[in-house]
Design a protein around this ligand. Structure first.
Ligand SMILES: Nc1nc2c(c(=O)[nH]1)N[C@H]1C(S)=C(S)[C@@H](COP(=O)(O)OP(=O)(O)OC[C@H]3O[C@@H](n4cnc5c(N)ncnc54)[C@H](O)[C@@H]3O)O[C@H]1N2
Ligand code: MOO
Length: 411
């Protein structure tokens, strides 16, 4: 069936644009020490008050010289040495050089550093050089990396390991960050049992709260797992009211389809506002979002892969926006299908696959087994999505497809 024959299904991009335009970053900020800043979202731009490096210095162990003095076999008089933390106090005149270590300040008068491997210390104590060198060779100039006054990290940045090093390198001991989002999780369904408990006929172990919590935690959220809710309007009503009191965001799984026990949408509409989506993606067709009196509501479909894929593709960008984080587009790359990939036109598929490089340096990808939305093992084995366009049908071996490598939330 062609996509135009699938009425009421909204493309993912369109749904995401609408969902994101309807929410704002939650207000507030707090100061945290740098040791606790990785993974947090900057609340303000950070400006450097320093040049980095703070002064011209050496990139090598060797000799600081004037480049104009150098030629093959030339000899220069050794004046002294410049060590990291112990600069040479004099200045280098024509015909002179100074022993210098990596990171030590370049003495006045010198403009170049020659690696010690290209020199010989003579019995006279003078230093002989094997060749000339371009002026500035092996010198790290003041401000090469960062200039005083420059914004080094912008508000909205989720801090990475290199970022906290960068902040430390300009002497910053703490930063202003956005508060952590409080996220309450509810798993709906009479059939659900917690791992560790015995399983009766017709019951299954609940897994969605574990996958969804794992992603939310990787996004730096404080997660409050409120457990399972039975498929009854009253149980859902009470659970939603409790969750709404405690959290900035309430995320449920299950009960958003058209089944007789699918009450999530009704209760959400009763207590707050609902927008219900039928998305043109597979897995993850049913998806609800909206507001409760105090919180943003996200209703994921119940099937385990659908819940995780919609958590990643829709809920995670929403959580990032609420947390004040600047959005970045997912990495998508062309790849060669290593096998036939079954697909029907109508929805954009997020099949689970393994990508690797072949001997020609091309990315090749194959699906990881069963692609039903209940088959979590195919997600567990995967290192990427194979993103197959809405209108596309079966993919033959050798055709080009798009892969989206799992990012830090899923990988
Ligand atoms: N007539 C139709 N039926 C269905 C449609 C449809 O359009 N028309 N959509 C299908 C799609 S697609 C999905 S996805 C599911 C979503 O349904 P719900 O969100 O209402 O989810 P449930 O019915 O509650 O559960 C579905 C499935 O997932 C299992 N589940 C639920 N919660 C958990 C959990 N926390 N951990 C593990 N597994 C869970 C549940 O036992 C069911 O097997 O609807 C289709 N039906
Ligand atoms: O498309 Mo539903 O999301 O899993 O099977």
């Amino acid at each position: 069936m062609a996509a135009c024959d699938m009425p009421g299904l909204t493309p993912l991009d369109q749904a995401l644009t609408t969902l994101l335009s309807g929410i704002e970053a939650l207000p507030g900020k707090e100061q945290v020490p740098l040791q606790q800043a990785v993974g947090r979202v900057l609340a303000e731009d950070v400006c450097s008050t320093l040049n980095v490096p703070p002064a011209d210095n050496s990139a090598m162990d060797g000799y600081a010289v004037r480049a104009a003095d150098l030629n093959a076999g030339c000899e220069l008089t050794l004046l002294g040495k410049s060590m990291a933390g112990h600069p040479f106090s004099g200045s280098v005149a024509p015909g002179e050089c100074v022993r210098i270590m990596t990171g030590a300040l370049l003495p006045a008068g010198a403009d170049t550093v020659v690696m010690q491997e290209n020199t010989t210390v003579l019995e006279s104590g003078r230093v002989q050089f094997q060749a000339s060198a371009p002026q500035g060779d092996n010198v790290r100039y003041c401000g090469d990396d960062i200039r005083a006054g420059q914004v080094i990290l912008h508000a909205g940045r989720r801090l990475r390991p290199a970022d906290v090093g960068l902040l430390a390198s300009i002497g910053i001991a703490g930063v202003s960050v956005r508060p952590r989002l409080k996220v309450a999780l509810l798993a709906t369904g009479d059939e659900l049992v917690m791992p560790g408990e015995p399983l009766a006929d017709g019951q299954i172990y609940q897994s969605n709260s574990f996958t969804v919590a794992a992603v939310a935690k990787r996004l730096g959220c404080d997660v409050l797992d409120l457990g399972k809710v039975d498929d009854s309007p009253e149980a859902l009503r009470q659970a939603f009211i409790q969750a709404d009191r405690q959290a900035d965001v309430v995320i449920t799984s299950g009960g958003v389809s058209v089944g007789e026990a699918d009450y999530t949408k009704d209760i959400l509409a009763e207590l707050g506002e609902i927008s219900f989506w039928k998305l043109a993606i597979k897995p993850g067709k049913p998806f609800a979002s909206g507001r409760l009196p105090n919180s943003v509501f996200i209703g994921l479909p119940g099937n385990p892969v659908s819940a995780l894929v919609t958590m990643h593709q829709l809920a995670a960008p929403m959580l990032r926006k609420l947390a004040g984080e600047t959005q970045t587009a997912a990495l998508r790359l062309p790849a060669v299908a290593a096998s036939v990939i079954r697909k029907s036109p109508g929805r954009t598929d997020f099949q689970r696959g393994i990508w690797q490089l072949n001997e020609q340096g091309q990315i090749v990808v194959r699906p990881t087994g069963g692609q039903s939305s209940g088959v979590l093992s195919s997600m567990s084995q995967a290192n990427c999505y194979i993103v197959l366009e809405q209108m596309r049908g079966r993919v033959n071996e050798g055709e080009t497809v798009t892969v989206e490598p799992f990012d830090a939330l899923l990988g």
